[in-house]
Design a protein. Sequence first.
Length: 298
Amino acid sequence: MQNLITRPSLAIAKKLTIFATAFILLACGAVRIGFNNGETVSYWWLNSYVDFETEQKPWVKRHIEDLFAWHHKTQLREYVQLVSRIQHRDLATVTKADLLADYETGRKEVMEIADKAAPDLADLALSLTSEQIANIEEKLAKNTTKYRKEYLSGDKASRQEFRYKKMLKQAEYWFGSFSRAQEQQLRTLSDARPLNNELVLGDRMRRQMELVALLKKIHAEKPSRDATAAMIKKYIAATVDHFGNKEQQAFFDALTDANAGLVAEMMHMATPDQKSHFVRTLQDWISDFNRLSAKAAS
C-alpha cells in the first residue's frame, strides 16, 4: 500500500484499467496508465520489456483490447460508486479505518482482474523465447539500478526529504496548494512513516527473481495453458504475502497504516477551497469512468 499516498483512498482505481500483465507489473512496481489510450500505452509498456516478435504482436494487442473491453463493461460502474461515496464524504470526519477499507476494496478488484487475465498471461508466458525472457530480466535489472540511484543515495534526512517532496506533489494534485503551516504539518507526518528503502529493494528484487525463475520454468517445461495460469496465480498470491517474509510483511503493513493516517490528517486539515479542488478532481475521474463505460456498452 505504498501508493495509498499517491492516490489517497483511490490508489488502485485508475491502475485497474491496466492490461493486467500482473506477473511483470508486480515485479517492477506500479505503472500509471491513462484512460484515453490505455490499450496502446499498455502494449507499448509491455513491449518495452519483452520486445515482441512479428507474429506475437497481433494477438497480444487483441488480448489487451479484450481485457480492457471486459473491464470497462463490467467494472467501471463499481468504481463510479466507490468514487462517488468518497466524493460525498465529510473530509473532517474521515478515519484511517475508512481509507484502509477503501484500499482493501481496491485490492480485491485488482486480484479479480489478475484472475481474469491469468489465461491470457499464460498464453503470453508460453510464447516467450529465451531471448525475450533475457530482455525482461535485463529491463528489471535496469529498474533496480534506477531504484538504487533514486532511493538508496544520501543519508536518512535526504531520503526523508525526497519522499516528502514526492508526497507533496501528489497531494497537490488532489487538493491544490498548501499553506506553509500545512506543509510543515505534512512534513512531520511524512517523516513519521516507516522508512527502509533497503528492505523495499530486497522485496522488489525477490519478486523479480521469482518472476524470471517462473518464466524460465514455463519455457523449459511447456506446461498446459491451465497449469501455466495456475502457476501465475500462485506467483501473484505469493507477492501479496511477500513470499512469507515476516519482516517485509510487518514493514509494509506498518507503512500502509501510516500512509492511511497521513491521508486522513491531510483531509482533516483541508480548507474549503482545497475540499472543492478534491471534489472536482474526483468528478473528473467519475466522468472518465462513465464515458468509458458508456463507450464499451455501445
